[in-house]
Design a protein around this ligand. Structure first.
Ligand code: GDP
Length: 365
């Protein structure tokens, strides 16, 4: 899974991204600071893995990972090639979801490109660039389909549908505000429009606004209201605090630091969890003496395809999945006890894998 971080210059993208990668790349107080889109990989926190490691006395833990891509340089006029322009839009096309960082903190020392803190204006600025880019793409597609419809009448409905989408874009709205049937959704996904991608608005607040999740920050309230209108998520973060957390060496230190701030989890963990939910992702687990490991799948994935994440041989030669729910396994303590109690299920090809299933695949090679 790949998430793209976007936002106007100076809203805290690099600070957040650096925290993500701990790469420590330059974060400076001026626009166009980050030019190349950087990619950072973070592991998805999952407390279940450590418990499994204890049960199996495994050598190591391999968490599943998320890729964050820092897409700097999106400014007003980007769709017209201004700033670093179109190049950045093409990077956004490659991500599964967008993390849109919006500035909700006041700080006289940090220049805002448009002179004042106004998250809704900032969101509109960025969204409009994405909308313009989508309009261009859709326009070409409509022309192509209109031509095709002359020879093949069945394409006419497609043209009508494309025009419906176009009307929404021309109204200044993102495609994700629209409701689609399953079939329409599949078709829209194939268009790979920027504004149909799922979005998480990461409201960058000051440290003081963290503990109560931005409840008393009027900017955050506005972003929440807006996000609700376009099926988007909101996560409250403080990029600077994330940067400080990233500098700590151990998990214990991190936990302690979060506690002193009155927080249960870091902004990054919240971002990861939200993106999982937003993209309809879950994890199943595998465990053995060598390693315990988490694997990411989409909700609704059947056992063979889930096994295919590990190796294509498993999917091809799938026989069955010996499955136990994580909670059941932890309760009885060992796999042997779980088998005696009949808690280990032998699941077939049609089994839909659930979050937290601990699975051993049987397959022919
Ligand atoms: P980018 O252009 O969006 O990548 O923004 P940067 O991450 O470079 O941040 C721009 C400036 O804002 C830097 O001077 C940061 O130190 C500062 N900054 C970032 N996050 C915060 C924050 O949460 N609070 C405050 N007060 N300043 C921040």
């Amino acid at each position: 899974m790949k998430l793209g971080i976007v936002g106007l210059p100076n809203v805290g993208k690099s600070t957040l991204f650096n925290a993500i990668t701990q790469a420590g790349a330059e974060s400076a107080n001026y626009p166009f600071c980050t030019i190349e889109p950087n990619v950072g990989v973070v592991s998805v926190p999952d407390e279940r893995l450590e418990k499994l490691r204890e049960l199996y006395d495994s050598k190591k833990i391999v968490p599943t990972a998320i890729e964050f891509c820092d897409i700097a340089g999106l400014v007003r006029g980007a769709s017209k090639g201004e700033g670093l322009g179109n190049k950045f839009l093409s990077h956004i096309r490659e991500v599964d979801a967008i993390v849109h960082v919006v500035r909700c903190f006041e700080d006289g020392n940090v220049v805002h490109v448009d002179g004042s803190v106004d998250p809704l204006r900032d969101i509109e600025t960025i969204n409009l660039e994405l909308i313009f880019s989508d309009i261009e793409i859709l326009d070409r597609r409509i022309q192509k389909s209109t031509k095709a419809a002359k020879a093949d009448k069945s394409v006419a409905a497609e043209v009508e549908f494309l025009k419906e989408i176009m009307a929404v874009l021309e109204d200044g709205k993102c495609v994700r505000t629209m409701d689609f049937s399953e079939d329409q959704k599949t078709f829209v996904d194939s268009l790979n429009l920027l504004t149909s991608k799922p979005v998480i608005y990461a409201t960058n607040v000051s440290e003081d606004d963290l503990a109560d999740e931005g409840e008393n920050n009027a900017y955050v309230a506005k972003v929440r209201e807006f996000a609700a209108t376009e099926n988007a998520e909101v996560v409250v973060v403080c990029a600077q605090i994330e940067a400080e957390i990233a500098e700590l060496d151990t998990e214990e230190e991190k936990k302690e630091f979060l506690e002193t701030l009155g927080l249960e989890q870091s902004g990054l963990d919240k971002l990861i969890k939200s993106s999982y939910a937003l993209l309809g992702l879950i994890s199943y687990l595998t465990a053995g003496p060598q390693e315990v490991r988490a694997w990411t799948i989409k909700v609704g994935t059947k056992a063979p395809a889930a096994g295919g994440k590990i190796h294509s041989d498993i999917e091809r030669g799938f026989i069955r999945a010996e499955t136990i729910a994580f909670n059941d396994l932890v309760q009885v303590g060992t796999m042997t006890a779980a088998k005696e109690k009949g808690l280990v299920r032998l699941e077939g090809k049609e089994y839909v894998v659930k979050d937290g299933d601990v699975i051993l695949f049987r397959f022919n090679v």
